[in-house]
Design a protein around this ligand. Sequence first.
Ligand SMILES: [Mg+2]
Length: 188
Amino acid sequence: MQKYLFIDRDGTLIEGPASGGQIDSFDKLKFYPHVICNLSKIAEELDFRLVMVTNQNGLGTPTFTQQMFLPVQNFVIDVFKNEGILFSDIIVDGSYPSENSAMRKPRTGRMKAYMNNAAIDMAHSFVIGDRITDVQFAKNMGCNAIFLDPENMRGAAEITDSIDYLKEHTVALATHNWQDVYEFLKNK
Ligand SMILES: [Mg+2]
């Protein structure tokens, strides 16, 4: 059975915007420390397929157009690709939190093909993300979470289980360091 890593983008692969808004230009782009070398080792040495899953609030509206999003997104994908890190799928939701869309993390509307695929080992797959909503997303999909910013409770309004429950039952590793992520996954 195939194991997957469902990896968030902002705050996980690249740093989240200091302003709290969206990464809509190159001056806001910074890679997360040590992500490239460690994800490269994960891709080369370990048996996980990689999928990027990202909420991009308001993508497609006049204040955050595809033309603002895509140059940075394509650059990020190219940098990873050059280091042997290939995402087999990239899943982007552009809705706002207030829309409560079934397609937006932590909800799983965009993940049905994965959840219904018996060839996927969901129990041994992980979501990697920086928000408690990523942990909730892991729980909703039936996998575990690597929580990259465990002190951060942004997005707590969008979760349906208690923070204590998620921390106890769904978080497999809490760290700020991609080196720890690699070391942890190496033994899985
Ligand atoms: Mg994030």
